[in-house]
Design a protein around this ligand. Structure first.
Ligand code: S0N
Length: 285
């Protein structure tokens, strides 16, 4: 029996970008961290919050020095409590609640898909409440590391809303249809240990160790082949998301195909206005 390695110390984060509702930081060794900073409303998101998270995710995706992304909430009380009910209009969430005729929508729809499609692992680091749309944000992340004070649940039917997309399908895949219906129909809250037992989270650690443990998991993934992680994420999505999941996996395969002499022959022949000599490539069994 070997002694487990000590949990490495958390990192000194360097700020990136200029945002109002979030903090976007890099570890310097491949981890990007996005923190929803609205603790006065238990990190509920307004449209601006989601647009800022989306912008930071684009940066983390495009930045070749980043291999893993952590999504979290400010403080020990909440990961995220879902849509900010103060800017909930009659047709969704309002970007400009003061303006007459302002039309709302669910900005979180695009963000959920963006996290699923992002070809790098996204880890939810959850302290306190992950409730409503905040619960679904952790669901769409690839892994969830929870503090022992975390509490999980849906509230839609209690507050006159529901998310029947990933909030229903992905949840049912994770915990089973009966349990998923219980979560939605009764709107109970579940402890971190209950969430771990039902497969909602990967591990539960003391609150004081949450960031160090999350960073340790990220560093383990950073030691892996990035393209293998990308293809595995796309493969899980392909099984779960149907044609749009297959699209990601197929385009990832095309990235690899582009690098072959066979694909390059097609490109060069086109540019040289000649017939491509595909006969020189094997017809693989
Ligand atoms: C999170 C809870 C359980 C925390 O309880 P606690 O610790 O007792 O704190 P409170 O005193 O309740 O809260 C502290 C302050 O924070 C405010 N606040 C908390 N959550 C929100 C919120 N979501 N919006 C606005 N304000 C919030 C409190 O009001 C309080 O303020 P003060 O100090 O001024 O009194 C507890 O707070 C709780 O249950 N919160 C509400 C949870 C909720 O209703 N969330 C919204 C659920 N809906 C969504 O998330 C929408 C998702 C969505 O966008 C969507 C997308 C696609 C399809 C469908 C949907 C859909 O509509 O569902």
């Amino acid at each position: 029996m070997t002694t487990p390695e000590p949990v490495p110390a958390a990192v000194t984060w360097t700020a990136h970008g200029d945002y109002e509702d979030i903090r976007y930081e890099h570890s310097g060794d491949g981890i990007a961290k996005i923190t929803i900073c609205r603790p006065e409303v238990r990190n509920a998101f307004r449209p601006q919050t989601l647009m800022e998270v989306s912008d930071a995710l684009v940066d983390a995706r495009e930045d070749g020095s980043v291999g893993v992304i952590v999504l979290t909430g400010e403080g020990p009380d909440a990961f995220c409590s879902g849509g900010d009910q103060n800017v909930r209009g009659d047709t969704g969430y309002l970007t400009d609640p003061g303006r007459q005729g302002s039309v709302g929508r669910f900005h979180v729809t695009d963000l959920q898909v963006q996290i699923r499609r992002l070809p790098k692992p996204v880890v939810a680091m959850v302290a306190g409440y992950a409730i409503g749309g905040g619960h679904i944000l952790h669901l769409v992340c690839d892994l969830t590391i929870a503090a022992d004070n975390a509490r999980f649940g849906q509230v839609g039917p209690r507050v006159g809303s529901f998310d029947g997309g990933f909030g229903a399908g992905l949840l049912a895949d994770l915990v089973g249809p009966k349990k998923a219906k219980e979560i939605w129909f009764l709107c109970r809250q579940y402890t971190a240990d209950e969430a771990r037992q039902m497969g909602l989270v990967n591990t539960v650690v003391p609150l004081a160790d949450l960031e160090a443990e999350t960073v340790a998991w990220c560093r383990e993934m950073l030691a892996m082949s990035p393209f293998a992680l990308r293809l595995m994420k796309a493969s899980f999505n392909a099984a779960e998301d149907g044609i749009s999941g297959i699209q990601q996996l197929a385009h990832d395969a095309n990235l690899l195909f582009y690098a072959t002499d066979e694909a390059k022959e097609g490109r060069e022949a086109y540019k040289q206005k000649r017939r491509p000599e595909f006969e020189k490539f094997p017809r693989r069994p």
